[in-house]
Design a protein around this ligand. Structure first.
Ligand code: X6L
Ligand code: MG
Ligand code: MG
Length: 176
């Protein structure tokens, strides 16, 4: 059975757009994960631990046959494969991949919570999510339309369009 999932990506170390591009490519190269839509790439002020470089953030929609825990394993494998080392909590990272939504399912285990519990407060998640949220306004499990969450975000943390990611689906004019 195929499930539509939404993943949030972030990078604030090294070649940030290249890190996002590689993560999208590795996710799409994973058996049973098929990347469907990419948001714009946003440059965002750090939240939580503020003394660190600005992030690039984006959200992707993908289809998968994996269960939630298998998807988490796949996501962590991509982070590890890219060389992520976990040091400071909330600190700088060359790639972070968070599972936001897994169809309309909820998961509450010690290592995985879906929907992502902090999602509705984070502009760096909701604003890119709006780009790829095609179905209907209201997010599953959150009682208001996405746009209303965006309107009530604190405006002290800047999120602005940085550009778009050219990740090479092989369907472009240069494909051979
Ligand atoms: C009070 C206490 C208020 C903690 C907020 C928010 C903690 C977000 C952690 C918080 C708090 C986080 C990114 C980031 C991080 C990212 C941007 C986190 C985990 N990841 N800032 N901060 N983008 N802009 O991807 O999200 S650390
Ligand atoms: Mg995160
Ligand atoms: Mg994470």
């Amino acid at each position: 059975m195929t499930v539509r999932v939404y993943l949030a990506l972030g990078s604030n170390i090294g070649d940030r757009p290249q890190n996002l591009r590689r993560a999208v490519q590795l996710l799409d190269a994973t058996e049973t994960i098929s990347v469907q839509k990419l948001s714009a790439v946003y440059e965002t002020e750090p939240v939580g631990y503020e003394e660190q470089p600005a992030f690039l953030n984006m959200v992707i929609a993908a289809d998968t046959e994996l269960t939630p825990s298998q998807l988490l394993e796949a996501v962590l494998a991509v982070e590890t494969q890219m060389g992520r080392v976990r040091t400071i909590r909330w600190g700088p990272r060359l790639i972070d991949i968070d599972i936001l939504l897994y169809g309309r399912e909820t998961v509450n285990s010690p290592n995985l919570q879906i929907p992502h519990p902090r999602m509705p407060e984070r502009g760096f998640v909701l604003i890119p999510l709006r780009d790829v949220w095609g179905e209907e306004d209201v997010l599953p499990f959150f009682d208001k339309p996405l746009q209303e969450y965006i309107e009530t975000l604190a405006l002290d943390k800047e999120v602005h369009v940085w550009g778009t990611l050219d990740w090479g689906t092989g369907s472009g004019p240069s494909a051979s």
